[in-house]
Design a protein around this ligand. Sequence first.
Ligand SMILES: Cc1cc2nc3c(=O)[nH]c(=O)nc-3n(C[C@H](O)[C@H](O)[C@H](O)COP(=O)(O)O)c2cc1C
Length: 395
Amino acid sequence: MAANRALRSSQVVNIEDLRQLAQRRLPKSVFDYLDGGAEAEVTLAENCRAFREVTFRPRGAVAIANCDLKTRVLGHELSFPAMLAPVGYSRLMHPGGEVAAARAAGLAGTGYILSTISGHKLEDVKAASQGPVWYQLYVLGGREAAEGALDRARRAGFSALVITVDTPVAGMRERDPRNGMKELLGTSLFARIPYVPNILAHPGWLASFLLDGGVPKLENIVLPGKGPMELIDVASALSKAVVTWEDLRWIRELWSGPIVVKGLLTGEDARRAVAEGAAAVIVSNHGGRQLDSVSPTLRALPEVVAAVNGQIEVLMDGGVRRGSDIVKAICLGARTVLVGRAYAYGLAAAGHAGVARSIEILRADVERTLRLLGCPSVAALDRSYVETPHVWSVR
Ligand SMILES: Cc1cc2nc3c(=O)[nH]c(=O)nc-3n(C[C@H](O)[C@H](O)[C@H](O)COP(=O)(O)O)c2cc1C
């Protein structure tokens, strides 16, 4: 296949190259769903820009024989310090979807977090990976549906539960209504008509989508008496699915393993998560897709790290497009980072092979960055290797 050939060629040297391949293969509605952010996309852009504001302080004349990229997260040893973030609707990007991404993560020796909004059964996703797999919970479809999913996840061997707390309603992603995302996922043929020409202009994607059976159902949200939830229901269902600190106690009764709170940006919320028994927090603004104009996550990270004070692990995501971004986040206190779009562009471009290429690019970047910094291991990274702008310390 052309995309797979391109992956190996000099055309794909960084994540932006994968993004462009994804843009070529996907209809505009699906690409913009993946690529876009909320409202004016201020936070989406700032997440990436924040990494540019942090500069390195390398140590010269250091020879490193073996560079150690390993890290430990919630007791799992990862071969390099990045995991794959939960990305809903992955099966719309490529039929392999969540299964392909989990498999690529496992083969690369790292972890995968499965979104509730998955088109593949959670059992199949777990079976595809030889690495750790965590389940990300939205209480979509009510408590009974969530209880069913958690029971299945526990039995399938998911090793941690991620609770996303930044989605009391879906963010206003302005590209989606313009592209007719709702109409395209709906059942009315008439409503779809204006958007059909762009879909037809992407025959490769269309053929794989149709061969895969069309719009997938949400296989892990099984509504009592009705079966798996339809994909179209998600936006309205999210506003009825807000998770509060009180819900965390109910979830704790159902899930005895580690619970990770995803979507915090302040020291206050991080301390609350510690008090509620979280095993880790993920500093995240949902990749700039929820509340626009919140701070970029790299900038929020030091405050959360200080507030948590070593009591639990701190992970972060948002704007990671290069291995040097991963290194910067670790220098500022993250145990590991999650990548969202960086691997989803690869998935959309070429399925499993695209995700594998994305991970390979990031891993090579991390190793090269460590060597250029004169630092022998991920474990040895600390603040002395970076400089942050002075304004970051003024609040
Ligand atoms: C297309 C897309 C779908 C997402 N779906 C979910 C989801 O279902 N659950 C969730 O907790 N986060 C979701 N996220 C947020 C990611 O888990 C992660 O926080 C974000 O992508 C990180 O930013 P980055 O894309 O710049 O790496 C999604 C992100 C994208 C881009």
